[in-house]
Design a protein around this ligand. Structure first.
Ligand code: SF4
Length: 163
């Protein structure tokens, strides 16, 4: 069963700081049942490794992303990368996605959202996850923070198989 995963969780060194976030327990629990489809929206957006950290900005009823320090707007590049990922998921028949918690791109309901002036306004999806929910409503999305036990991983697989 093809399952997408934030590439850093698989151990790929694609994070903004050049590191990874290999999720050892989750990989051990799910690997026997899935074929991983690793994806990193920020690399696909051409932001490079390493790269300046970005954050989600809420404004005018929508969200965008910009660099924390310089304020460079990457909303359009992340939107294009998300559209590419949607096409990949469709082509591969992917029905589940394991995403990196709290990431401005991959976070699942727990990415910090900021006001244009920079202060935190609350939490929400990362921009890729928000795009996936619109384009692929049946997709089952969960973060590694949610899949923190064998039982949670088994429930995730059952949910994916049921879609
Ligand atoms: S954009 Fe997603 S996949 Fe890429 S490093 Fe950040 S959390 Fe990992």
């Amino acid at each position: 069963m093809p399952i997408a995963i934030s590439a850093c969780l698989l151990g790929e060194r694609v994070r903004y700081d050049g590191g990874d976030k290999r999720a050892v327990g989750l990989l051990a629990a799910l690997a026997p049942h899935v074929r991983w489809v690793p994806l990193c929206p920020e690399v696909l957006a051409g932001l490079g490794v390493p790269r300046p950290p970005i954050q989600v900005i809420r404004a005018d009823g929508g969200t965008g992303v910009r660099e924390v320090e310089r304020g460079t707007d990457h909303t359009a590049r992340l939107a294009a990368a998300s559209a590419h990922i949607v096409a990949t998921l469709r082509a591969e028949g992917v029905r589940g996605f394991v995403c990196k918690a709290r990431s401005p791109s991959c976070g699942v309901g727990d990415a910090p959202h900021h006001a244009p002036q920079g202060q935190v306004m609350g939490q929400g999806d990362g921009v890729m996850v928000a795009a996936l929910r619109v384009a692929l409503p049946p997709l089952v999305v969960a973060s590694e923070a949610e899949l923190d036990s064998a039982g949670a991983c088994a429930a995730f697989l059952r949910q994916v198989r049921a879609t």
